[in-house]
Design a protein around this ligand. Sequence first.
Ligand SMILES: [Zn+2]
Ligand SMILES: [Zn+2]
Length: 325
Amino acid sequence: MQALIYDGQKVQAVNHLEEPQPAKGEVVIQSHRMGVCATDLEICRGYMGFAGVLGHEFVGTVEQANGAKESRRWVGKRVVGSINCVCAQCDLCRRGLGEHCRDRTVLGIVGRDGCFAERFVLPANNLIEVPDSIDDDHAVFTEPLAAALQIIRQLTIEGRPYITVLGDGRLGLLCTQVLAQQNATVRCVGKHLSKLALCEKWGVKHRQLEDVGMRADQDIVVDCTGSPDGLVTAMNMVRPRGKIVLKTTVAAGPLGDHIDLSPLVVNEIELIGSRCGPFSEALMALGTGSVDVLSLISRRVKLADGVEALQAASSPDVIKILLEP
Ligand SMILES: [Zn+2]
Ligand SMILES: [Zn+2]
């Protein structure tokens, strides 16, 4: 079958990858749509030291299952799925912190082949059925939208705070929309007029980074820049005793190793790391249309042309690239 692979050195589209074999309790999913995200690009720069089939954003149909009735009942269903595959036994799993399982593998990120393939496997326990009312173009955004929704699970938003979302890329534009629906004054700060124009369409404030004064006056800054500079900018924008939510995941770079964190101490800033979020809430938001995802789709590319797709995804005028088998 066809797949997009990172071998630790380079990305390549392969034609003859062996069919994935589901372990007990796992299902084989046939991919309909897959989303390229910044994490995929970082992996190709060495993030997480991953090698294998890339990709973790998908919607697809379950083709077969290995195991008990519970797994087999998924066959034929259209699904999305949590990317963290957990042991269910460690101390963190037992505390309900499965996303942080000490023994986890993560689809296309840690120790498990991803979804940029005609077929891939995932535990049946990870699946959520997609209602017929939500088409593939929407459903493929479940994972990144869930990640955006995680922010409002981690923050208490009260007293109409000033929130800046740093970054006008894929995740920044999702976080901006989610936060703009809270009781807060939200602006998206980015570098690309064409992307910020979407905020205009949604009625959300937006500014170009070069036009923004670093006045240390924001209650909350959400860093979605995907760059180590983002944290530095965030530290300059947030007020003393304010909060920074870090969504950026980067392969360690020259800057990433040399950031002066003393402003966190001096200004008593709370730094909150934020990763995966609630899939069911994301699906619900996609179903009601409260978040505009279709405007984020820049291009559709066949899996066979996946190498070009990844290259295009790092270009500044591109937002979301969807892969199709
Ligand atoms: Zn992602
Ligand atoms: Zn565990």
